[in-house]
Design a protein around this ligand. Structure first.
Ligand code: NAD
Length: 481
């Protein structure tokens, strides 16, 4: 049975699409068709942006509601998402190959948490009266930034969607969401939840399509802010458009983070956390530490521990409870990853495990977890984002060299430090040029700002900073003298 939709979620209902093309979703595990949705056209985007504008500003518009009133709706929305959490996890897992255990946690669990967190945060905010220096005082108010164009990738589609929808909707913005063509079936479940929760018409609209449609949305005259998660190349192009239009933009882009093993680390004792920080979701997460920096004094031992980890992973059907690693999202992605494996060998890296397509399976876009030893920081696989289960272990002499290698990157998104002494780890983390770093693990907590520096992006999501990026500040000078 395939999952098929005929309408687009625009203006609170299933709207008839302007065109007649569809997006077919193919399972990366079975290579069979698993569902389809209409592909939105530019006319549908126009319609969705109009709907979002009307919902924002119209009589009793979402943007004019008290935050507490919006919070009631967002809590109902969260409840409806929770009611669909298992189905959401299964849809994501079957579309992009994410292990179901992870999909339950990230994709089924996270969206409602984020909605409630931001609904309550916005409801608790009050206008501030700030005493001035010139004798008067200033009333500082927050209002929604407006209509948001939100564009998300396929790798963690639901969590990333709600990194944007949570704060945007709580702030009073309305949204036109463009999911990635690889993961559309989960986005349509969000529409079902929104309808069931009574989210007012036009507050959220969903237009599935490819990069051209995304570019059309970014440049649309009716959009007030763009929030994008995806590749650095696309982010650059979006930044150019937004720069020209002076349109606020948040960019969460690629990464090539360092996992730094200090000389006192007990990696084997933390191996599950190490797996989560380096290979989770088949290596398809932006913040993973895929450059492993190991002290030369313990280099071969560290390579052995990581090799054993990769060898021991359970690879298979992502919908099985005990699977740790499923297929990559598409055959194109597999080719890309295989290209990097060849490049790694060509540059002189030594494969200690993996490198192939994974066992005797004849279907599915699997790539074995692959570990490269003897990698140097200048090698391509130590510099470019691979977005697959490929780790590069780079030796260093001392801490100073470890910092230099860790920061020898065009990216700066995640990272981790492994040590028996968390205090030492935190001191080391301060020297790493990155937006986020974990000590003996990596977990981007919702309360803390998340985002990158350098080619990893602009702006922050999560935490109060995430809400602030969807709010416009206004200063009203009172008692002016
Ligand atoms: P991608 O950039 O190809 O596509 C991401 C989304 O943007 C898709 O919806 C796509 O249709 C759309 N898009 C592509 N080009 C566009 C353009 N020029 N204008 C407007 N929209 C456009 O990326 P992908 O392959 O889907 O995702 C993987 C990338 O995303 C990796 O580089 C990964 O690191 C990055 N990522 C970053 C974060 C983060 O938080 N920093 C999180 C997840 C993924």
């Amino acid at each position: 049975m395939t999952i098929d939709y005929e309408g687009l979620y625009i203006r609170g209902e299933w709207a008839r699409p302007a065109g007649d093309t569809t997006i077919s979703v193919i399972s990366p595990t079975t290579e069979q068709l698993i569902g389809s949705v209409p592909e939105a056209s530019e006319r549908d985007v126009d319609d969705a942006v109009d709907a979002a504008r009307a919902a924002l500003e119209g009589a009793d518009g979402w943007g004019t509601w008290a935050p507490t009133r919006r919070a009631e709706v967002l809590h109902r929305f969260a409840d409806e998402l929770d009611a669909r959490a298992e189905e959401t996890a299964r849809r994501v897992s079957s579309q992009n190959g994410m292990a179901i255990s992870l999909a339950r946690q990230f994709e089924g669990g996270f969206p409602s948490v984020l909605l409630r967190y931001y609904a309550d945060m916005a409801a608790a905010q009050e206008d501030e009266v700030r005493p001035g220096m010139l004798g008067g005082s200033t009333l500082v108010t927050r209002s929604p930034v407006g209509v948001v164009g939100a564009i998300v990738p396929w790798n963690v589609p639901q969590a990333i969607t709600f990194l944007k929808l949570g704060p945007a909707l709580a702030a009073g913005c309305t949204v036109v969401l463009k999911p990635s063509p690889e993961t559309v079936l989960d986005a349509f479940l969000v529409a079902e939840a929104a309808i069931a929760a009574g989210v007012p018409a036009g507050v959220l609209n969903i237009v599935p399509g490819g990069r051209e449609l995304g570019a059309y949305l970014v440049a649309h005259p009716g959009v007030d802010k763009v929030s994008f998660t995806g590749s650095t190349a696309a982010g650059r192009s979006i930044a150019r458009t937004c720069g020209e239009l002076l349109r606020p933009v948040t960019l969460e882009l690629g990464g090539k983070s360092a996992a730094v093993v200090l000389d006192d680390a007990d990696l084997a004792a933390n191996i599950e956390s190490f797996f989560a920080a380096t290979l989770l979701n088949n290596g398809q997460i932006c913040w993973l530490g895929t450059r492993i920096l190991a002290p030369r004094s313990r280099y071969s031992e560290t390579v052995d521990t990581i090799t054993d980890l990769a060898k021991g992973l359970k690879i298979g059907d992502p919908l099985s409870d005990d699977t740790q690693m499923g297929p990559l999202v598409s055959s194109r992605q597999r080719e890309r990853v295989e290209g990097y494996i060849e490049k790694g060998k060509g540059d002189g890296g030594r494969v200690t495990t993996g490198g192939g397509r994974s066992g005797s399976r004849d279907t599915g876009w699997f790539v074995e977890p692959t570990v490269f030893a003897d990698v140097q920081t200048g090698h391509t696989i130590a510099q470019e984002e691979i977005f697959g289960p490929v780790l590069a272990v780079i030796p260093y002499e001392d801490e100073a060299e470890a910092v230099t290698i860790a920061n020898h990157s065009d990216y700066g998104l995640g990272g981790s430090i492994w040590t028996a002494d968390p205090e030492r780890g935190a001191q080391f983390a301060r020297r790493v040029a990155s937006g986020t770093v974990g000590i003996n693990g990596y977990s981007n907590d919702p309360t803390a700002p998340f985002g990158g520096i350098k080619n990893s992006g602009l702006g922050r999501e999560l935490g109060p900073e995430g809400l602030a990026s969807y709010q416009q500040l206004k200063s009203i000078y009172l008692d002016v003298r």
